[in-house]
Design a protein around this ligand. Structure first.
Ligand SMILES: [Zn+2]
Length: 285
């Protein structure tokens, strides 16, 4: 028997946006730009999933993981902002099954639906989640809730007198189990990142390799990661927060950039106070 020589490992990407991104090999460690921007604090509508007899606690798990992810984004963005006056507001709303028929989702800036796996089994990427953008400036997220695992396949790609040459590939597949919390948490945070206006964060293939094997923490939640057992470090990072602020400024979604003078900043604060109060405020100024 001939000895085995590994000549290549290729990784498949699991988190995808549905358009091609051109990646130049010599450019790494930057965010791709996303052609989507919010113009006000978004309302995020999470649609209770259809019952799945295989997973009795499905809606409780998916909705609670989603709510934590939304809160995490909001908390990370407001770090360093006085707690009583958060400027980064994400309004989270759950739409129970009983209210979904005929529901007008134009009141939602971001919608989140849940499906077992992509309907089109020929999809190029077996993805854990996807975000689409509509012409009405709405971001539509789908989270696939079956677990994803990877299996290694080998292909004989050549031989000579002494060796057989194999290429090893990690091929992702859907398990028959509910996705793990790390998979759900990472996927939901990643897709929410797209919906807030972030593109992918590009790393070198060497770094990607280290990230997916768990040897390196990911520098951004927006790295296109393969999801495998090694990936448990999936946090929203300061890099992600800074990128949001470089897009929107320091005063929240749809607020004027921080270069505005002090006077208009104060006006903005009062505006926010007024609009977020259900009773209305009478403000002396
Ligand atoms: Zn993505």
């Amino acid at each position: 028997m001939k000895p085995v020589v590994i000549i290549g490992i290729s990784l498949m990407i699991l988190l995808a946006v549905p358009y091609a991104n051109v990646v130049f090999a010599d450019q790494v460690n930057y965010f791709q730009s996303e052609d989507f921007k919010l113009d006000h604090s978004p309302t995020i509508c999470a649609f209770e999933p259809q019952p799945d007899s295989q997973f009795p606690n499905l809606s409780q798990v998916l909705l609670s993981r989603t709510q934590y992810a939304v809160l995490d984004w909001q908390n990370q963005l407001n770090l360093g902002v006085p707690t009583r006056q958060p400027v980064w507001i994400l309004n989270y709303k759950e739409i129970p099954s009983s209210q979904q028929y005929g529901f007008d989702d134009s009141t939602c800036d971001i919608t989140i639906h849940y499906e077992r796996e992509p309907l089109d089994t020929n999809e190029q990427f077996q993805e854990a989640g996807v975000t689409n953008f509509s012409y009405s400036n709405q971001a539509n997220i789908v989270i696939y809730y079956l677990g994803v695992d990877v299996k290694q396949g080998e292909t004989l790609v050549g031989h000579d007198a002494n060796y057989n040459y194999y290429q090893y590939q990690y091929a992702p597949f859907y398990t028959n189990h509910l996705a793990s919390y790390p998979q759900l948490d990472m996927t939901i945070r990643h897709e929410l990142g797209h919906a807030l206006g972030l593109g992918h964060y590009i790393v070198s293939s060497a770094d990607l390799q280290n990230i997916v094997t768990g040897q390196e923490d990911t520098p951004s939640i927006m790295v296109q990661d393969i999801i495998n057992n090694g990936v448990v470090h999936y946090s929203i990072t300061p890099l992600d927060v800074n990128e949001i602020k470089s897009i929107y400024g320091d005063n929240g979604f749809g607020q004027p950039p921080s270069t505005t003078d002090k006077f208009s900043q104060i006006i903005n604060q009062f505006d926010k106070g007024l609009s977020s109060s259900s009773q209305g405020l009478s403000t002396k100024f």
